[in-house]
Design a protein around this ligand. Structure first.
Ligand SMILES: [Zn+2]
Length: 298
C-alpha cells in the first residue's frame, strides 16, 4: 500500500514529528519544545501535522507515542509520570481535531515496534524491546504488532522484582511505582550510577571508559549490572522465549553488554541451548517517531 505515515513522539521536553514514506524512509522531520498545558500540546501537534502534510502534499495516517498508556478502563492516559497528559483522552481529542482516527501507544512499545518493523530485529517474529535509560521501559511485538494485553501492561518488565536475588540485593530499594526491588532500580542508568558512586549519582555514561582505565569501582559496578540484567532477561526468555531482544536507551551504547549478556543469560534459562540474539537498536533516538508511525502497519 502506498501509504504515508506520520509518527509523533511526545516527550517530556521535546515533541518530534516524522513522516515515513511508503518505503519506510523519513521524508520530513520537525522538532519542537513540548508546550504546556495540555490544550496547547494538542494545538501544537495539530499544527505540526498540517505543516507536514502541506509541505509534502500528502495525507497520512497518524500515530502517537507517549510516555504513558491509555487505560482500557477509562480511555484516558495514565502512568505518564513526567507530563500533563494523565486523565486526558489524547488520541480521541486529536482525532476530533483532525477528523481522522489517531492511534496511540506507550513509547517503549513504539521502540520495540520500530526495531521489529525495519530496525535491528527486522525479520524476527516475537521481539522484546528494552529501553535502558533514566528508567526502564519495555515492550513486546508479535509478528509486526504491539502485544498490549487487556490491561495494556504487557511487557512491563521493569516493575517486576530482580529475579534470583542475592542476600546483599534483598529486598531492594522502594520504587516510585510503590513496590520494592523492581528491576528498574537495578538495571536503569541512575541505578548503575548509584551502585558505583553512591546515592547522589545519576549519570552512568562515563563508567565504561573508567572501567577501561582500570577504575576498580566502575569495573565491579558494571559486572554487577550485567549480571542483574542477564538474570532479568533470562526470566523474559523463560516466559516468552522471544526470537530476539533489542536494547535501546543510553545504556544500550555500552559495547560490553553484547558480549557479556549472551554468556551470562544461559545460567538461568531452563533450556540446554540458548541462542537468543541480544541486539543493539538500529534507529536510536528515531525509534519513538518511527514506532508511532508503524502503529499503522501495511
Ligand atoms: Zn517499580
Amino acid at each position: 500500500m502506498t501509504r504515508y505515515r506520520i509518527g509523533i513522539d511526545v516527550g517530556g521536553t521535546k515533541t518530534e514529528l516524522a513522516v515515513l514514506s511508503p518505503d519506510g524512509a523519513i521524508d520530513y522531520r520537525q522538532r519542537i519544545d513540548t508546550p504546556e498545558p495540555y490544550l496547547d500540546k494538542l494545538a501544537a501537534i495539530e499544527t505540526l501535522i498540517e505543516r507536514a502534510e502541506a509541505a509534502l502534499g500528502i495525507s497520512a495516517t497518524v500515530g502517537l507515542g507517549i510516555p504513558g498508556v491509555v487505560s482500557p478502563a477509562t480511555g484516558l492516559v495514565k502512568n505518564a509520570n513526567s507530563l500533563s497528559l494523565n486523565g486526558y483522552a489524547m488520541d480521541r481529542d486529536l482525532a476530533q481535531r483532525l477528523g481522522r482516527e489517531v492511534r496511540i501507544e506507550n513509547d517503549a512499545n513504539c521502540f520495540a515496534l520500530s526495531e521489529a518493523a525495519d530496525g535491528a530485529a527486522a525479520g524476527y517474529g516475537v521481539v522484546f524491546g528494552v529501553i535502558l535509560g533514566t528508567g526502564c521501559g519495555s515492550g513486546l511485538v508479535a509478528h509486526g504488532r504491539v502485544h498490549q494485553g487487556p490491561h495494556r501492561v504487557a511487557g512491563e518488565w521493569g516493575h517486576n522484582p530482580l529475579p534470583w536475588m542475592k542476600p546483599d540485593e534483598y529486598p531492594g530499594e522502594m520504587c516510585w511505582c510503590g513496590q520494592r526491588g523492581c528491576l528498574e532500580n537495578f538495571v536503569a542508568g541512575p541505578a548503575l550510577a548509584r551502585d558505583c558512586d553512591g546515592p547522589g549519582a545519576r549519570d552512568a555514561s562515563a563508567l565504561p571508559a573508567r572501567a577501561l582505565a582500570g577504575d576498580q569501582a566502575a569495573i565491579a559496578a558494571l559486572e554487577r549490572h550485567a549480571d542483574r540484567l542477564a538474570r532479568g532477561l533470562a526470566q523474559v526468555i523463560n516466559l516468552l522465549d522471544p526470537d530476539a531482544i533489542v536494547l535501546g536507551g543510553g545504556l544500550s551504547n555500552m559495547d560490553h553488554l553484547y558480549e557479556v549478556l549472551p554468556r551470562l543469560i544461559p545460567r538461568n534459562v531452563f533450556s540446554d541451548t540458548i541462542a537468543t540474539p541480544i541486539l543493539r537498536n538500529k534507529h536510536g533516538d528515531s525509534s519513538g517517531v518511527r514506532g508511532a508511525a508503524w502503529l499503522w502497519p501495511a
